[in-house]
Each structure stands twice: as C-alpha cells, then as structure tokens.
Write a new protein. Structure first.
Length: 247
C-alpha cells in the first residue's frame, strides 16, 4: 500500500480529490440501486445469489426453498471455511481500491489532514482514516485495511489494538444501523404517537461518541497495565511523521 519512494511526496490537489472520493466511496453515503451506486463500495461489492437446498411439491406445483451460498445446516470447520470464502471478495476489492487511491495520494492527504484530529482523539496516525471510514460500512474491509497498515509499519501494535477496539464496538455502524436499527424509529403507539421519542441523529451521535469512548478506555487500560508507549517502539515512518509535526 505504500512505496518507500512515495514517502514525503508532496500533497497536491489531486491527493485531496482522491481522499474526498475515498471518503464518499467507503462511507456508504451513496449506497443505492440508482446510477450513483457505482461510486459506493458496498453496492459494487454486491452479494452472492441464492442456491436451492430443498424442493417441496405441493398441490399447486413445485415450490423451491432457497438459502444463501453457504447453504443450510453447516457446522464446524467446514462451515467456517465456507464463511471465510465469502469474505475474500470483500477483502480483495477493498485492498485493491486502497492501493489505487494511495497511488493518487489519498493516504498522504489523509495523513496530513487527519493526524491532528486522530492523534488527540485515539492516538493513531491520520493515514488510518480511510480504514476508519471503511469500518463504518464493512467490518471486513476495515479489518483488512488495518492489517495492511500494521504490516507496512504505519501502525504500532498498541495503535492497532486501540484502533481495533474502535472498529469492533458497533462494527459497520452505518450499514447495520440504517439497515436494521433505523426501522425502530418508524414504530408508533396505538394512538399514533411515535414509539421511540429519540431521533435518528441523536442515536447515531451517541453510537459514534461511545465508539471513541471505548477506544480511549482501552487506551487508558494499556497505559495502566503496560505503561505509555515508548517512542523507541514506533516504526521508522511514524518517527519521521512525528519529527515533521514537531519541526
């Protein structure tokens, strides 16, 4: 995802445009079956079709019952293997898009814009911003991008742990909330009054706030149990980034 020759390259207007596209692409804002859905990660990622697992004959003819690609009734390692196979397209697609966006400078722009925000909030560098955004729509994409950031030295082990805590509390928050949780706000009482008095905006805000709270509680736990992270344990790229910040 990163090339040593690209380190320290100048952030241009093209980099910011690539970052803006990445934010829209991974955020789920354009998730739709309309034409603009081609600019959304989940829409382009698509879904598997259904396979028939049983056929029941009735007096009216034949009715075919369907299920997902994994079938029905699986268990153990074999079912786990089939589940893992369903993750491969998502992970490969996400990493492929990140490499394309990184080529156009999106990660450089994210590092410059988001480090002043994410360092105080969670103690992680700004180039993890795209993984953060992707995790709001897809846990698989967010996890794969975070792993690649760690493998390439952008994140230390502690930063990865804290960032993972943020991601997997209310994982894929945007997609899961608006596909299932948001329906609760349409319920009404028998007299026609709303059954849920809160607003969708307030629910989303609380969810996001406590994702940051959870990450910082774990960050505090690590500080208590392991002590504060020593600068000597940071990756060379992070040392260079911190030196630029203090210069």
């Amino acid at each position: 995802m990163s090339n040593p020759a690209d380190q320290g390259r100048k952030v241009t207007i093209g980099s910011y445009l690539a970052l803006a596209f990445a934010v829209v692409f991974f955020s789920g804002l354009l998730q739709s079956n309309e034409w603009y859905g081609v600019f959304d990660f989940t829409t382009l990622n698509g879904s598997f079709g259904n396979v028939v697992y049983s056929v029941n004959e009735t007096a009216d003819g034949v009715q075919a019952a369907t299920t997902s690609m994994r079938g029905k009734g699986g268990s153990g390692a074999r079912d786990g293997f089939l589940f893992a196979l369903t993750l491969i397209p998502t992970v490969m697609f996400a990493l492929g898009m990140i490499n394309v966006l990184e080529h156009y400078g999106a990660l450089d722009a994210a590092r410059k814009l988001l480090t002043p925000l994410l360092r105080p909030l969670m103690g992680i560098p700004g180039n993890s911003g795209l993984a953060l955004i992707a995790s709001l729509q897809s846990t698989d994409a967010g996890a794969a991008m975070t792993r690649q950031l760690k493998d390439e030295g952008h994140l230390t082990k502690r930063e990865t742990d804290v960032f993972t805590m943020f991601q997997f509390s209310a994982g894929a928050a945007i997609v899961n909330f608006f596909s299932s949780g948001a329906v609760l706000f349409t319920l009404t009482n028998m007299d026609g009054t709303p059954a849920v008095t809160s607003s969708i905006g307030l629910a989303v805000a609380i969810m996001f706030i406590f994702k940051f709270v959870g990450a910082n509680m774990f960050r505090l736990y690590l500080n208590i149990t392991e002590g504060k992270e020593d600068k000597s344990t940071q990756q060379p790229e992070q040392k260079q980034e911190l030196n630029k910040e203090t210069a």
